[in-house]
Design a protein around this ligand. Sequence first.
Ligand code: FAD
Length: 393
Amino acid sequence: MDFEFSPEEQAFAEKVERWLVENHDPVVMDPTRENFTQLVDTPERRAFMKKLAAQGWLGMSWPKEYGGQEIEGVYEFILNEALARHAAPQIGKGVGIIGKTLIRHGSEKLKREFLPKILNAEVEFAVGYSEPQAGSDAANMQLRAEKVDGGWKLNGQKIWTTSAHFADWYWFGARTDPDKSKHDGISLFLLPMNAPGLEVQSMPTIGKDTTNQVFFTDVFVPDDYLVGERGRGFQYISEALDLERFTMFTLSPIEERTKLLCEYVRSAQRDGEPLRCDPLVRQQIAQLVTSTEVAHCLSIRFVCAAKGGGKPPTTDSAQYKLFATQLSQRACDVALDVIGVAGQIKVDTEDAPLAGRFEGAYRCTVVETIGGGSSEIQKNIIARRKLGLPKNF
Ligand SMILES: Cc1cc2nc3c(=O)[nH]c(=O)nc-3n(C[C@H](O)[C@H](O)[C@H](O)COP(=O)(O)OP(=O)(O)OC[C@H]3O[C@@H](n4cnc5c(N)ncnc54)[C@H](O)[C@@H]3O)c2cc1C
């Protein structure tokens, strides 16, 4: 396997880098939001995505008949990692999850309605799978979709829906067939966030940003907004989660933070001695840099496996997500050890070492190991699907 980019891919990476430098805007690009930088949640961030769309960089891997360029997903990988490195909003949900799932399973009507809007950065989505009793066990979702004339009537609740407080459309699973087995009774829907009967309540996270609870009271969804076939929702959600584990958990912020820590160690002192001379610090930094390289290889492996636009590889994305998000946490942990007590001064405090970056990042990285399926769930996927170990014990 070749881990280097081809000359064409390298040229694209350089072009994107130049464009991001030219379009740098501190209002849009705030690295202290950590993984939440991917959200397109303000007018300025929406305007930025429109500029990105105008470059023709959204949906590059999509089929030409849906406005894409049919080029390898590695170009989207390069773009998304560069956006994340600059703390800019990312192509995540629209292009990476909803667009790709609609192309595979959506009706012509849904494709015609949503794909052009995604390519033009005109629509933002929230994704609702989790419920109070259905997180890791997403197939246990209980949001009830009852068949009525011309559509569905929904009652119940979602929780942890990031983006629900600003998104235009809701992409969510609901139980349409309670008499069937739990995996076969779920269907996938699209709904405008301003639909009557839908109520969003925001909740703070341990990081800087918020997520939401969403309540449904007699919400009506027309038949046309059922995605794919009734009862196949869990299959589509599982595929979409494979994409999410890869698209939403970018590596470059971890690489950037590791670089930041290395620079700090080069120049900082502790008890009058240069940190760079401390053998333990040197070992910790060397280990971190090596692990970051491993994560990079896992991500490239995933990109290569996904070549040709086939079904997303489940175990590759689980391995990448598990390793990268745990590394992200470990890196912050090491940084706080290396910096010492002052490392705990709150992010954005002027005289904090590295502006408190690792204090804030430490809190945010906890979330990364939970969203998109917790680390334990990734291990279960690897154990079952890669190693063929039994499902339950
Ligand atoms: C900030 C944030 C944003 C999120 N955004 C979204 C979103 O936009 N949309 C959405 O749908 N969801 C979202 N989530 C939900 C996320 O996917 C769930 O929190 C996650 O799947 C875990 O579910 P849970 O919180 O119900 O925990 P539980 O499933 O109750 O798990 C609790 C603990 O038990 C462990 N565990 C559970 N089952 C097993 C098992 N079979 N084997 C071993 N260990 C197990 C878990 O690893 C975890 O440590 C978000 C979560 C957070 C924290």
